[in-house]
Design a protein around this ligand. Structure first.
Ligand SMILES: Nc1ncnc2c1ncn2[C@@H]1O[C@H](COP(=O)(O)OP(=O)(O)O)[C@@H](O)[C@H]1O
Ligand SMILES: [Mg+2]
Length: 245
């Protein structure tokens, strides 16, 4: 099967933080398929993210999370700010600055800003250089969607707090944020909606206000919800507990 994406990019309305999505999503992809040779990484995945919303993308190793986020980033690069914060990258808030520097290289050149290195830490720059970077950042802030792949995986407690706060700020500025995380505590702290992938398929969608970690784990693993929570009556709808099937 050919790889396919059907992107929709738009949606200017920004709901209040924490409000359920309404109107058109800022980004919608339908029927995404992706194979690596014989490996089906994604099968017919729909995905959407709304302005002013943080979506948590969760699933076991190999579920297709990174592949999906790469598919999203490939759709329309001028509206997508790609912040792939890999495990080897440690300090995320300065990294966001660094990423801006990279994306802003062209802008910085037009502003005639000379930096020791494009990877210079902002803290090591002169006041003028910092000011210029601030200007470049405002120029670059047309990004409407931010993608974060395991942004807290390598971080300690304090740095994790900073990153979660950054994610909230992005949301409160009306951006659409997608964050991959295997840390359900982080997910519950910062996301509005959770999308679960299992073996390349979207198997559940949960409003964070009305779900539980147990339900999400059940969707991730494919376990029957009732087996995980024998003391809690279930409606027999199986693992997802969400609105997908
Ligand atoms: N570049 C690649 N070449 C071959 N297989 C890949 C590649 N990237 C991902 N895969 C495979 O696709 C599936 C999904 O991987 P990935 O999206 O990285 O999962 P996740 O991020 O959820 O851990 C896995 O089976 C993985 O081995
Ligand atoms: Mg991954």
């Amino acid at each position: 099967m050919a790889d396919s994406t059907t992107p929709f990019v738009g949606g200017e309305s920004t709901p209040e933080p924490g409000q359920p999505p309404q109107g058109e999503p800022r980004l919608r992809l339908r029927g995404i398929n992706k194979s690596f040779g014989a490996v089906r990484a994604l099968t017919d995945v729909d995905f959407e993210v709304y302005a002013g919303e943080v979506v948590g993308l969760v699933g076991d190793n190999g579920a297709g999370k990174s592949t999906l986020i790469k598919a999203i980033s490939g759709v329309n690069l001028d509206v997508v700010s790609n912040l792939f914060l890999g495990h080897e990258l440690v300090n995320v808030v300065p990294l966001a600055e660094v990423e801006m520097e990279k994306r802003g290289l062209g802008v910085l050149q037009t502003l005639d800003v000379k930096l020791p290195s494009i990877r210079s830490k902002v803290a090591q720059l002169s006041g003028g250089q910092r000011q210029s970077i601030a200007v470049a950042k405002t120029i670059l802030r047309h990004a409407k969607i931010v993608l974060l792949d395991e942004p807290t995986a390598a971080l300690g407690v304090a740095q994790t707090r900073q990153v979660l706060q950054l994610i909230r700020r992005l949301r409160d500025q009306g951006l659409a944020v997608v964050v991959i995380s295997h840390n359900l505590a982080d997910v519950f702290e910062v996301v509005d909606r959770v999308v679960v992938l299992r073996l390349g398929r979207r198997v559940g969608t949960f409003d964070i206000k009305t779900t539980t970690p147990e339900r999400i784990v059940a969707a991730i693993t494919g376990a029957e919800f009732g087996e995980l929570l024998k003391t809690t009556p279930t409606n027999g709808n199986g693992a997802s507990g969400g609105d997908d099937q």
